[in-house]
Design a binder for this molecule. Structure first.
Ligand SMILES: NC(=O)c1ccc[n+]([C@@H]2O[C@H](COP(=O)([O-])OP(=O)(O)OC[C@H]3O[C@@H](n4cnc5c(N)ncnc54)[C@H](O)[C@@H]3O)[C@@H](O)[C@H]2O)c1
Length: 427
């Protein structure tokens, strides 16, 4: 069978997928698009080294006309749904990096585009495929801990030091514009994927923001917390953001009616699984380092993000080819459900913690209410429904242009952010 021809849109994070495609037996990288020319130059060099014929584009409008079957979206996190719909309408299968959509209206539009075109859409929530989370998924499906009752998902990543590297001093870079609530799928997504449960209600809580770093143009970095009620009554706590801690934490706990599973914050590799036996409150505890159980050899070659980066791309390709492993891919309904929990939790938080119902957008009858629900923190996407980037934003002085200029200087000097002293020395 001919290889699946894939183009990648966005040559930052997108290089991860490119590297997998160079090596994959069932797919080939045929085109890359990025408006940032130095990134394209890097792609050109690597493609030459790999002996791959990859056409480079600076404009999406030209890229999308390339002869290819599928597109990986690794462009700005706030623009995935917009470009996913464009790709689907052009007849291309889509794999989207996180996030799936920036507001609920986009979620509805995305679902309907997938249904209308009948093409494959998968969501590259790689945290579902880390060695430990993927093992938890496998064991949950196996019934080892019984039906879920409570779970915790945690993605703590203080990006202060690398903020110049990831925003390059652009005031309107999406990382400067979204509240961490929106970036919820690394923490919540694995719990939803493992259990297959759908969220029905969410309440949002926020840690106190760091206004000082904001005035340095260095992001707000608070923690965002969602309490999510699932369709069977289980409750999942999801926490994510830039709380102070090193190294960052990627941690999950899941309780069921017959046992529990948990990863570890420090000593990352281990998974603990406790299963109740025939007598109440008596059981067995296993502590072990999970082994990969699908395509072990290929997946071991690409170890980014605790072994997870290989699988999102691999399952996308398998799904396009109609093979059984494609069943592990995360579909558009799950993707949008994961994403809108953060959007609605932010709304709940802004309203003083009033719970928000989470619609089941798989059901066409529930969509009309949200078809024009554009509320988000990006002006172009929100239109007249723009909401503040954090509570009280409208009462504080605007961040001065100099703040972003400082960040740009650090980025141009190829440095990490250290402290205010460093900023003074750069001027
Ligand atoms: N899953 C993970 O572990 C993980 C890790 C890092 C980033 N990401 C995701 O990957 C995506 C990209 O992040 P990033 O770190 O590369 O940073 P980024 O968002 O700053 O970079 C996106 C790239 O896309 C290009 N681009 C955006 N819009 C374009 C357009 N209209 N035309 C041409 N080029 C365009 C930009 O020039 C840039 O090079 C984000 O959605 C982010 O959430 C995921």
């Amino acid at each position: 069978m001919a290889k699946v021809k894939i183009g990648v849109f966005g040559a930052g994070r997108g290089t991860t997928m490119m590297n997998q495609l160079y090596e994959h037996p069932d797919a080939e990288l045929v085109a890359v698009c990025d408006k940032y020319v130095p990134a394209l130059e890097e792609v050109r060099k690597t493609a030459e080294e790999k002996g791959a014929k990859v056409t480079l584009y600076e404009r999406f409008e030209d890229f999308i006309r390339h002869d290819m079957d599928a597109v990986v979206l690794a462009n700005y996190a706030t623009e995935h749904a917009i470009y996913a719909v464009k790709c689907l309408n052009a007849g291309k299968h889509v794999m989207s990096e996180v996030l799936p959509c920036e507001n609920i209206a986009q979620g509805v539009e995305l679902i309907e585009a997938v249904e209308r075109t009948g093409l494959v859409y998968t969501y590259a929530e790689n945290y579902c495929y880390m060695d430990r989370t993927f093992e938890m998924w496998r064991r949950y499906k196996n019934g080892d801990i019984g039906e879920a009752t409570y779970g915790e998902g945690e993605y703590i990543h203080d990006c202060l030091a690398i903020w110049p590297l990831v925003t390059y001093g652009e005031r309107d870079h999406w990382r400067n514009r979204i509240h961490p609530f929106f970036y919820c799928t690394h923490s919540l997504g694995p719990l939803m994927a493992m259990t297959g449960l759908r969220p029905v209600k969410v309440t949002g809580f926020g840690a106190p923001p760091d206004y000082a770093s904001r005035m340095l143009g260095l992001g707000l970095s608070p923690g965002s917390i969602e309490m999510v009620e699932m369709e069977n009554g289980a409750v999942f706590k999801s926490i994510h953001g830039g709380l102070k801690r090193e190294p960052g934490s990627i941690n999950y706990e899941l309780y069921g009616k017959k046992g529990c599973m948990e990863t570890q914050r420090y000593g990352k590799e281990n998974l603990n699984v406790w299963m109740e036996g025939d007598k109440a409150c008596e059981g067995t505890l296993e502590t072990y380092i999970p082994e990969k159980f699908i395509e072990k050899e290929m997946a071991s070659r690409e170890c980014g993000h605790d072994g997870s980066d290989f699988y999102a791309t691999h399952f996308f390709v398998q799904k396009i080819l109609g093979r059984p492993q494609g069943e592990w891919a995360i579909d558009v309904y799950q993707a949008v459900s994961m994403g809108i929990c953060g959007i609605l939790a932010y709304r709940s938080f802004m309203n003083g913690g009033v719970p928000e119902a989470v619609p089941d957008l798989r059901d066409p009858a529930q969509r009309d209410k949200y078809r024009n629900d554009r509320a988000c923190t990006t002006p172009e996407a929100a239109g007249d429904q723009l909401i503040p980037m954090y509570p009280g934003e409208d009462k504080l002085p605007p961040v001065p242009d100099e703040a972003y200029e400082r960040v740009r200087r650090i980025w141009e000097a190829d440095q990490h952010y250290e402290n205010e002293e460093q900023l003074r020395n750069l001027f």
